[in-house]
Design a protein around this ligand. Sequence first.
Ligand code: GDP
Ligand code: MG
Length: 440
Amino acid sequence: ELSQRFEDAVKGLRGQAAISETNVDGALRDVRRALLEADVSLPVVKEFIEEVRRKAVGAEVVRGVSPDQQFIQLVHAQLVETMGGANAPLARAAEGPTVILMAGLQGAGKTTATAKLGLHLKEQGRRPLLVAADIYRPAAIDQLQTLGRQIGVEVFSLGSETSPEAIAAAGVARGREEGFDTVLVDTAGRLQIDTAMMEEMVRIREASHPDEVLLVVDSMIGQEAADLTRAFHEQVGITGAVLTKLDGDSRGGAALSIRKVSGAPIKFIGTGEKVEALQPFHPERMASRILGMGDVLTLVEKATKEVELADVEKMQRKLQEASFDFSDFVQQMRLIKRMGSLGGLMKLIPGMNKIDDGMLRQGESQLKRIEAMIGSMTEAERRQPELLAAQPSRRRRIAAGSGHTPADVDKVLQDFQKMRGFMQQMTRGGMPGMPGMPGM
Ligand code: GDP
Ligand code: MG
C-alpha cells in the first residue's frame, strides 16, 4: 500500500527538530518510488525530487507540526505548485467564437471529451458548436453526432470527403455566422505519434486559429505521457490538457509529467464514459492521489488543528493564570508526544525558538523520568503541588514508587515551581532568559 509506504518513509524523520540533509534522504527515496509507481516519468521524478530536497533541507519545523508531518505537507505542496497551484480555466476569445482544438492519440477520449466539454459549457449557459473533423474512421462522425443529440448540442459536419482543415475552417466560420460562442473541433488521432498526424494537426491549427489546443491524454498510458506531450507540444503547440480515464486504477502521475514537460495546465479530467463525467482539474486533489495519501493529509491537518486550537490555547491560559499543575503537565506530555517532539511544543510558546537539539534531547529524557514520578502521585498531589512541598513523606513515597531518590523528587518539585513562575512571567510578555522547565 502506497500510503503505508509513505508513513514508513517519513518515520525516519519522526522526532527530529529540523529537516536535515541526512534525515531527508531516506524519505526522498520513498517519495521517488511512490512517484514512479504513480507512473510519473523518470526525468520528471528526478527533477521533482531535487526541488523537494532543496526546499526541505534546513526547513524549520513549523508551529504545531512534527518534521514527518511537515515533510509530507512539503512534498504535497510542491506537487500542487508543480501542477499549477489552482485550476486553470478555459481561454476565451476577445471577440467571436472561442475555438478549441482537441488533439491526441486514437482512443485517448477526444470525441468523448469534446461532447463532455460541450455539455459542460452548455450547462454554464454558453452556446457551443461541435465540429467533426475526424474523417478517417467512418464511425467517428456518427459517434460525435450521437453524443451531440444526447447533450442537445449542434454538430457541424461535412462528411468524410472534405479535408479536416477545410472542415475545421468551415466549422469556425459557421460558429461565427450563427453566433455560437465556442467551437470545439474533434480531430483524428493515430495509434502512435507519427508525422502524418502532427502535420495534419498543424494544418488544422493554421486553418482554425484556435484559442486553445487541448491535448487529450489517457491517464492509463502512464510514463509515456511525457514523450507524447513533448511531441505534441514541440510540433503543434498545446495550451492545456484533458486527462481522461481517471475512474480507473491510474494514480494520475501523467498529470505531473504533462505539466512539467509542456508547462501547460491540465484543465479537465475525465472520470467515466458518460458525458457528465468531466470535472475541472484540481492540483491539490491530484497531488493527494499521486501520493496515494489523501487520508493521511486529512489526518495531519486535523491533528494539527486540534493541537493548536484546543490544547495549546487552554495550556497557555493556564500558564498565564498560574493554575498549571502536574495534571496539566501530564497533558502537556501527551501533547508533546502527539506533536512528535518537545521542539514542536516549544515552538508554540512565544519566544522559545532558540533551543538547540542537544538540550531538547536531554530535556526529553528528563521529561520521561518526571512522567514516571507523576504516575506515582495521587490525584490530590497532582492538583496541588504544594502538598508535596509541605510533606516529606509524600515525596518519599513518590520516589520509591517511581524508582527515583527523594532528592530527585525534590529537584523536580523545585524545577516545577520555578518553571511555573517563569512561564507566568513569559506568557505575560517578557522573555527573561532560559526556561526553567523541569530537567532543563
Ligand atoms: P478518441 O479516439 O480519442 O476520440 O476516443 P473516444 O472518445 O472515442 O474514447 C475511446 C474510448 O474511451 C471510448 O470507449 C470511451 O467511452 C472511453 N472513454 C473516454 N473517456 C473516458 C473516461 O474518462 N473514462 C472511461 N472509463 N472511459 C472513457
Ligand atoms: Mg474520436
